[in-house]
Ligand binder design. Structure first.
Ligand SMILES: [Zn+2]
Length: 566
């Protein structure tokens, strides 16, 4: 996954060329060049509208980070100009940043479908925020300040997804959100290609589409095609069936519930987000739970193993989720011989090690683990190259801006557009922070705004910086060396040998004699040069020790010098 540091390309909006009257400015603040934290800002006549505001989950090289947010710097002094946040669907990488934006201005109208808003509201409750919401559904057309928006049904790995068509004086823009084109979805709600065609007839000036699967040839198969593999698991398992999936994948869970019901098993939901989301989904009618099928986990204990199914969180190997805890024997449910664990989910890049660890542990306890690597138990939620080419041919957009993907995905999506006849000059590949202006039917990249990583750490936004993460990685990989030097303030000399405290370095039998002489030399030079600033002296000691430890031991630990006056 490609990442960039937060400082790079930092420029303020002051350097941007003014947007010509009647023009539309499009600024992706997240989701381009990465998978996650999707956020696009639209500007017209001095007003702003945001489509999605998601989070990105940290990788191993970002230790201690809770989530990563888009950088709100560019809009921070114009929060009062935001007419709405439109949410395309309820995935974390589309809604997870909303609480943080609402912390800055609580009354921004949040527009979305019923399920999307319900998932968001449950999340906002934890942040003690009551949002101002506007519920919309497919076919609705609403004026949101300066933006005339129409909502179109799209099909994805969560119900109730919407694409949004935005009309302004500058033209018609269509943003797909995340989508695929399952022709036989479990809820019968297909991506509305008739609406896409109608908008195409009207003339789409700019088309922003999901690039996640643009490199995957052909077509994403139907959700329904997983039924045989899921059925086989339920039919052949002698013990319990434990299914792990995303807590938002309502349709996948519906399939599991139906199959459990057919095979006479009772089901319990395990894991906070699974219990919460399935409660919301069934209450709102998106999940249909047969009478008496779902019971409390404690009630299952009295049933024979072949009458039990559990649906839990943790399909990505998240250490605190139910499945990882079961794998670690840190959960009341003890996985054992005869049980089958079904991972009915994708394998998000970056999570492979964690997931394989969980699979290995579960196997060690005797479970049979069924996953996408050995059975057809997962289909993607995103349109493959085939579906994207259909979209381009149906819509015939004048300009395209691939969104939601790393560079290779964006490139592949743009190439599909070009193959269907879009002028290569009108297929833009942009990155987070690119400023794209649509003026009189033409798009161009006219500038760049700050769009770095904003880390949430221990609940604090910006609590960690690139510098913090660098220190953490150094601590993890190299350890720490603390040096306490007692110095005579008059002579600037050490009054005794320094104290060396080592943590996490490969050896505790390091001979520091040479280090002491290096420090002595550094102090001597400082004294000769008349340096008496404590910070400067500490820095000299740090440098001298760092050079020594690297030359002698080929290590680069974090070095903390402490200078004490004798
Ligand atoms: Zn999604």
């Amino acid at each position: 996954m490609s990442r960039r540091s937060s400082g790079r390309g930092r420029r303020t909006k002051d350097t941007l060329a003014p947007l010509p009257k009647g023009g539309l400015r499009v600024v992706p603040l997240g989701g381009l060049g990465e998978i996650g934290r999707n956020m696009t800002v639209f500007e017209h006549e001095g007003r702003l509208m945001i489509v999605d505001c998601g989070v990105l989950f940290p990788e191993e090289h970002q230790p201690g980070v809770d989530v990563i947010l888009p950088d709100f710097t560019w809009i921070r002094d114009r929060l009062d100009k935001i007419d709405a946040i439109v949410l395309t669907h309820g995935h974390e990488d589309h809604i997870g940043g909303v609480p943080y934006l609402l912390r800055e201005r609580a009354d921004i109208p949040v527009v979305g479908s019923r399920l999307t808003l319900a998932f968001l509201e449950a999340k906002l409750k934890e942040h003690r925020i009551t949002p101002k919401t506007v519920e919309v559904k497919e076919g609705d057309r609403r004026t949101l300040g300066a933006f005339d928006c129409e909502f179109i049904a799209v099909n994805h790995s969560i119900p109730d997804g919407l694409a949004v068509a935005i009309r302004t004086e500058a033209g018609l823009v269509l943003h797909t959100g995340d989508f695929k084109m399952d022709q036989f979805p479990l809820d019968g709600r297909v991506t509305d290609l008739r609406a896409f065609a109608r908008l195409g007839e009207e003339g789409v000036d700019l088309f922003l589409s999901d690039s996640t699967n643009a490199e995957v040839p052909g077509f994403t198969i139907s959700e329904g095609e997983l039924s045989p593999a899921i059925d086989t698991v339920f039919r052949t398992t002698k013990g319990r069936v434990i299914v792990s999936s995303f807590a938002s994948h309502v349709h996948r869970i519906q399939q599991v519930l139906d199959t459990a019901h057919e095979h006479g098993r009772k089901v319990a939901f395990v894991g906070r987000s699974m219990v919460r989301n399935m409660g919301i989904a069934s209450e709102l009618g998106y999940l249909n739970i047969p009478q008496g099928l779902v019971v409390d986990l404690r009630k299952l204990e009295n049933l024979p193993a072949d009458k039990i199914a559990l649906i839990c969180t943790g399909s990505q190997g998240e250490p605190l989720a139910a499945l990882s805890r079961m794998a670690n024997r840190d959960h009341p449910i003890e996985v054992t011989e005869g049980d089958t664990v079904l991972l009915a989910s994708s394998l998000i890049p970056g999570n492979e090690n964690a997931i394989y660890r969980v699979i290995n542990e579960l196997t060690r306890w005797g479970a049979n683990v069924v996953h996408k690597g050995n059975a057809k138990v997962h289909v993607s939620g995103h349109a493959s190259a085939g579906e994207l080419s259909y979209c381009y041919n149906i819509i015939k957009p004048r300009n395209v801006l691939p969104v939601h993907g790393e560079w290779r995905h964006l490139r592949a999506n743009a190439d599909i557009a070009i193959r269907t006849g879009v002028d290569p000059r009108n297929a833009l590949i942009a990155e987070d922070g690119s400023v794209i202006d649509l003026v009189r039917g033409k798009v161009s990249i006219t500038g760049k705004v700050s769009a770095g990583m904003v880390y949430v750490d221990g609940g604090r936004v910006g609590g960690a910086t690139e510098e913090t993460l660098h220190i953490r990685r150094t601590l993890a990989e190299e350890g720490v060396l603390t040096i306490v030097c007692i110095v005579d303030p008059d002579s600037g000399k050490l009054t005794e040998d320094p104290d060396y405290m080592v943590h996490g370095l490969a050896t505790d039998t390091i001979d520091f004699t040479d280090a002491t002489s290096a420090i002595q030399q550094a102090l001597f030079k400082a004294s000769k040069d008349g340096v008496d600033d404590l910070d400067q002296i500490e820095e000299l000691v740090r440098k001298a020790t760092s050079t020594w430890v690297h030359r002698k031991h080929r290590r680069s630990p974090l070095i903390i010098p402490v200078i004490v006056d004798a």
